[in-house]
Design a protein around this ligand. Structure first.
Ligand SMILES: [Zn+2]
Length: 222
């Protein structure tokens, strides 16, 4: 099973590892920092052994990376994995902004009202079932979310069940939530949050989440 270094250290941008298996254009790795779409968080972008990763997908506990034809990698070969760190860091900021807004929205709309979520590098969105437009909620949601950011709580990320790779994040006193995404270490890293409402059909409300522009900090050293 691939060792998920993106959980051990979500701030790594490069990793030296070895190819585990190769099946045509699909490869698996002994260890990886390259996240594959999960929990609404988009896959990373980057390279394995200098070859652009065209697709990354979860396959049970494995992560399968698709490279172009003719990549030439073989099992056991040493490779460097490199991800687009600026993009990943934005994904982590938008992901955690969405986590906080979701918890706060549950308090107003009720748990179980979420019907979808997606975290891209330009914005995140959470979709709810709600008979009423969420527009009137947004100013207070934003204010409460920014209070969490300003309080700069430490964000704990750990296994709830290591054998089955179930993970959670927790801000003690605020929430503990199951999630296998990559999480920031501290709430202040999110920065300024903006919220917008979008109607996406009868009884369906979308909250779009934006964060300010700022450069990513230097990644962790290998
Ligand atoms: Zn998460």
């Amino acid at each position: 099973m691939t060792r998920k270094v993106f959980w051990e250290d979500p701030y790594r941008a490069t990793l030296d590892t070895r190819v585990a298996e190769v099946a045509g254009t699909d490869v698996t790795l002994e260890a990886t920092i390259f996240f594959a779409l999960s929990g609404g968080q988009e896959s990373d972008r980057g390279t394995i052994g200098g070859h652009e990763v065209l697709a990354a997908r979860k396959h049970g506990p494995e992560i399968v990376y698709t490279l172009a034809e003719g990549h030439g990698l073989i099992p056991g070969q040493s490779v460097r994995v490199a991800i687009d760190w600026e993009r990943r860091y934005r994904l982590m900021r938008l992901h955690f902004a969405a986590e906080i807004v979701l918890e706060l929205a549950y308090a107003r709309l009720g748990t179980g009202t979420k019907i979808g979520a997606h975290i891209a590098a330009d914005k995140a969105r959470i979709d709810f079932q709600s008979a009423e437009p969420v527009t009137p909620l947004l100013p207070s949601l934003r204010e409460s979310a920014m209070a969490v950011v300003a309080a700069d709580a430490e964000i704990v990320s750990a296994y709830s069940d290591a054998a089955s790779e179930r993970r959670y994040w927790e801000i003690p006193g605020f929430a503990r939530v199951p999630c296998g995404g990559t999480h920031l270490r501290r709430a202040r890293e999110i920065g300024a949050i903006e919220l917008k409402r979008k109607n996406i059909g009868k009884g369906k409300e979308r909250i779009e989440i934006f964060v300010d522009d700022r450069p990513a900090p230097p990644p962790s050293e290998a």
